[in-house]
Structures are given as structure tokens and as C-alpha cells.
Write a protein that binds this ligand. Structure first.
Ligand code: FES
Length: 74
């Protein structure tokens, strides 16, 4: 286990924006391969990024509202 893996990971939900993940973590791609070894990433929460899983700022253009009731499973 290296130093980065010992760091505490903090995930912050941004108001009307992405998840901010900070700390020691490894982001794996859909095939389980390590794709990112960073200390901070912004992950899309609105579902409209053109660079998923990362936020590309599209949430601003679409006026993403995290208070809207978008749950269709009710
Ligand atoms: S949260 Fe930023 S593009 Fe989706």
C-alpha cells in the first residue's frame, strides 16, 4: 500500500454540480483497469457530460438543478 492509498478520501456533492473526490484513490475504468491516479477529480452528477465519468461543465449550460424531483421510479 503506497502513501496515496493511506490518505482519507473525501467526496463532496457540489450544489447543482459534480461530485468532487479528493484524497488517495485509484479511479478504474469500466473494464476494471486503473485509468486515473489523481488526488482530485470532478465526476459528473447531471448525466450530460460529453467526457463521462468526468464533469465537463455541461451542468451549467443545461441549468442542472439538484433539487428537482427527477426520480421516475416512484
Ligand atoms: S455534473 Fe458537470 S457535466 Fe454533469
Amino acid at each position: 500500500m503506497d502513501n496515496q492509498e493511506n490518505e482519507k478520501v473525501v467526496i463532496t456533492v457540489m450544489h447543482n454540480g459534480p461530485y468532487v473526490v479528493e484524497g488517495g484513490f485509484t479511479l478504474k475504468d469500466k473494464d476494471g483497469k486503473d485509468s486515473e491516479q489523481k488526488s482530485k477529480v470532478f465526476l459528473c452528477r447531471c448525466g450530460h457530460s460529453h467526457h463521462k465519468p468526468f464533469c465537463d461543465g455541461t451542468h451549467v449550460k443545461i441549468h442542472f438543478d439538484d433539487t428537482a424531483d427527477n426520480d421516475v421510479q416512484k
